[in-house]
Design a binder for this molecule. Structure first.
Ligand code: GDP
Ligand code: MG
Length: 163
């Protein structure tokens, strides 16, 4: 029995960057090209003396909308099955996309706890854009920057409360 956290979200939102930050590794390949084919990565994170497992749900192949449709469901359904808490990453610099809406819909229809994480909030200025994410119907968005670490301490404190 462990505490398992799965990171889901559309390509390029920063899932692998967050995974690497949480696990202090460079195992997950960070790529600028959306849809880089990579499978799931498993790692461990320790925060405030507590340990939990992290899953990076990897690259989605989105060559066609059909493939995306299948892949999106496969990754999100697997995450829901495996995880105790689901981290749903969105990109605050990009705003809400159709893909985000699809994932949000799947996540709202299940019972595992979901933390909505607005990534790429590299400076405090981005806080003015966070309100739109309430529209996803998944509660409070947590602002972080996976790349520079802003907000990640508060986010991890909150995450621990789900275990
Ligand atoms: P994934 O496809 O969701 O796994 O996304 P990646 O982790 O591969 O990141 C996609 C791109 O977004 C890369 O160029 C990252 O450097 C960049 N990125 C990830 N996190 C952040 C962040 O917090 N701020 C900014 N500005 N860029 C980020
Ligand atoms: Mg990735």
């Amino acid at each position: 029995m462990g505490n398992i956290v799965a990171i889901v979200g559309r390509p390029n939102v920063g899932k692998s960057t967050l995974f690497n930050r949480l696990t202090k590794s460079r195992r997950a390949i960070v790529n600028d090209e959306a849809g880089t084919t990579r499978d799931r990565q498993y790692g461990k994170c320790e925060w405030e003396g507590r340990e939990f497992s992290v899953i990076d749900t990897g690259g989605w192949v989105i060559n066609s909308s059909d493939v995306f449709e299948g892949e999106i469901k496969r990754h999100v359904v697997l995450a829901i099955e495996e995880a105790d808490v689901i981290l749903f990453l969105v990109d605050i610099q990009n705003g809400i996309t159709d893909y985000d809406l699809e994932v949000a819909q799947i996540l709202r229809g299940q019972t595992k706890p979901v933390m909505l994480v607005s990534n790429k909030a590299d400076t405090f200025e981005w806080q003015y854009g966070v309100a739109e994410f309430y529209k996803l119907g998944l509660g409070e968005p947590h602002m972080i920057s996976a790349i520079n670490g802003l907000g990640t301490g508060d986010f991890l404190d909150k995450l621990l409360t789900y275990f």
